[in-house]
Design a protein. Structure first.
Length: 202
């Protein structure tokens, strides 16, 4: 149970070759191809291709079968799954980075780049305990009138990615009631790479 068998992989879309793009595009179903073709920007197309490529190659390696034999689909809630295989996976992307986590039990992953953000967002979407963690103290009104420092920004995105990863784990997606959502951090695997924070919930 949990993250005992979890595998995490990532790819930079700028490193995907034309040959890789064309190969994985050709393996997609007509519906997915149509969706990708409708994207206005090339990077959006690459992100979608990269997610499919990562999921199939990682699952294939884990199960020791050709990635081309793996078919992906979406459940009623929109959560993806591998058809006919007892394996769970989830994908996330931020800018040029696409990440994937697979596990033998449900898993959710989220990635965000650490960047300036208004403290008001924390006030609106986080529990008091999370706000205390982000600020490093009990919050007061004045705390939301000043910019976050570097440590606070890092903590903000730790909390944000943890919530998103949990909601993707459950298949619920974003909700309007994030400020009431308590995350069990014992289920969170946190990865910090350069300016990116990745949270995996399983």
């Amino acid at each position: 149970m949990g993250c005992e068998f979890m595998i995490y992989t990532k790819v930079n879309i700028n490193n995907i070759t034309k040959e890789e793009y064309e190969k994985w595009y050709s393996l997609m179903g007509d519906e997915k191809k149509l969706r990708i073709d409708k994207y206005r920007f090339t990077d959006d197309q690459k992100r979608s291709i990269a997610g499919e490529m990562l999921a199939k190659t990682t699952i294939g390696k884990y199960l020791d079968i050709p990635a081309e034999q793996i078919k992906l689909a979406q459940g009623k809630s929109g959560k993806p799954y591998a058809v006919n295989f007892n394996i769970e996976f989830n994908i996330s992307h931020c800018e040029e980075i696409v990440v994937c986590a697979i596990n033998n039990t449900p898993v959710g992953i989220d990635i965000e780049r650490i960047r300036p953000i208004s403290p008001e967002v924390a006030k609106k979407f986080f529990t008091i305990a999370e706000q205390k963690y982000i600020l490093g103290k009990t919050p007061c009104a004045e705390d939301y009138d000043t910019e976050f420092n570097d440590v606070q920004l890092k903590r903000f995105f730790e909390c944000w990615t943890a919530k998103e990863a949990y909601l993707k784990y459950t298949g619920e997606g974003l909700t309007d009631n994030l400020s009431a959502l308590e995350i069990d951090n014992t289920h969170i695997t946190k990865i910090i790479e350069n300016d990116y924070i990745i949270s995996i919930y399983c």
